[in-house]
Design a protein around this ligand. Structure first.
Ligand code: CU
Length: 352
């Protein structure tokens, strides 16, 4: 008896807090705003409504079932001298009831779910269309109305309903910005669609998203951002990308030349400067200097990170196609020196 350890209620509480607090801490900060429970568009709110409905139905089911269980355990517990309890075999009314009620609950859940799924599928007429193509491990983003192509960062005007046409160039991917719309798979050979209308308050805000279908080694490094711009900011952004980049000078001019002599143009286009040979799909770098992120939106686009990326893309993003296929990393004659990388960084940053 002397050795028997008592677990005090207090230490149980501490243990519980240790488990729960980190989980709570992981939710709710701005940086981790990849959440469906803070919907910021019509479609996301409809999905959240379906979720909330199912949640509250589940709460009622839980309380009723657990309540009945706890009641039965206490009310009919074994007492001294109680002997063998009365034996019951089958109860038609009870069994029919507990079959019909769950069936009705399932129908009540299925109908709003179906309605929501089909409604979020068909892009409303008059929407602003953006084509998105999934690649291992980045997103190609095309604005067909202005003939622009960019990557990973999707700017949208705040005053329009946005419709996405989704395709994949290689394997399955899945497109999801939880605060704005539901998950849609990108399936080889198909064009899937999703749409949303941003809330008025989202103007000027950024939303996080990422690929949610396992698509290979760097799947976790395939992220994206949606920026909801005011109509004026959006027009200025498209106009900026359509106007030719300034003539590079100094070290940036060296970078401009290296961009073709080191074989970058085998894959990357820069409008007004280089048309890619198109041997491998790669992000269009037009306006790259004004992008906030780099390499599948996994890190901030600044000189330090860009230098690290060009120095060793494999270390930053395991398995990426640039490291695997670019001559600058395969062919020692074309390897990039520190000075080359400095010049390329300077050039890429001039692309506004
Ligand atoms: Cu993916």
């Amino acid at each position: 008896m002397a050795n028997r350890k008592h677990i005090r209620p207090k230490s149980l509480l501490v243990l519980l807090a240790l488990v729960i607090l980190p989980i709570l801490a992981a939710c709710g900060t701005v940086d981790s705003a990849q959440t469906t429970i803070n919907p910021q568009s019509d479609v996301a709110r409809e999905i959240q409504g379906t979720y909330a409905f199912i949640f509250w139905v589940s709460v009622v089911v839980f309380v009723v079932v657990e309540g009945a269980l706890v009641y039965a355990v206490f009310r009919y517990r074994r007492r001294p001298n109680s002997g063998m309890p009365k034996q019951t075999e089958g109860n038609m009314v009870l069994e029919v009831t507990w079959t019909i009620i769950p069936a009705l609950i399932l129908v009540a859940i299925a109908v709003p779910t179906w309605i929501t799924i089909f409604r979020t599928d068909d892009i409303p007429a008059g929407s602003y269309i953006i084509n998105v193509t999934g690649h291992q491990w980045w997103w190609e983003v095309e604005y067909p109305d202005v003939g622009l192509v960019t990557a990973n960062e999707i700017r949208v005007p705040s005053d329009r309903t946005i419709g996405f046409h989704l395709e994949t160039e290689d394997v399955l991917h899945s497109f999801w910005v939880p605060a704005l719309f539901g998950k849609i798979d990108l399936v080889p050979g198909r064009t899937n669609t999703v749409w949303f209308t941003p809330d008025v308050e989202t103007e000027g805000q950024m939303f996080l998203g990422q690929c949610v279908e396992f698509c290979g080694l760097s799947h976790a490094n395939m992220r994206m951002r949606i920026f909801v711009d005011s109509p004026d900011d959006f027009a200025a952004w498209t106009a900026g990308l359509q106007s030719p980049a300034p003539e590079p000078s100094g070290v940036a001019a060296t970078g401009h030349e290296l961009f073709s002599s080191k074989g970058c143009t085998v894959c990357h286009s820069i409008n007004g400067a280089y048309d890619a040979a198109g041997l491998f799909p790669a992000p269009n770098l037009t306006g790259f200097g004004s992008r906030v992120t780099l390499a599948g939106a996994i890190m901030e686009n600044n000189a330090t990170n860009l230098t690290a990326w060009l120095d060793n893309p494999e270390e930053i993003k395991p398995g990426n196609i640039m490291y695997k296929e670019a001559e600058a990393y395969k062919n020692p004659d074309l390897a990039l020196t520190d000075a080359d990388i400095g010049a390329l960084v300077a050039y890429l940053q001039t692309l506004q």
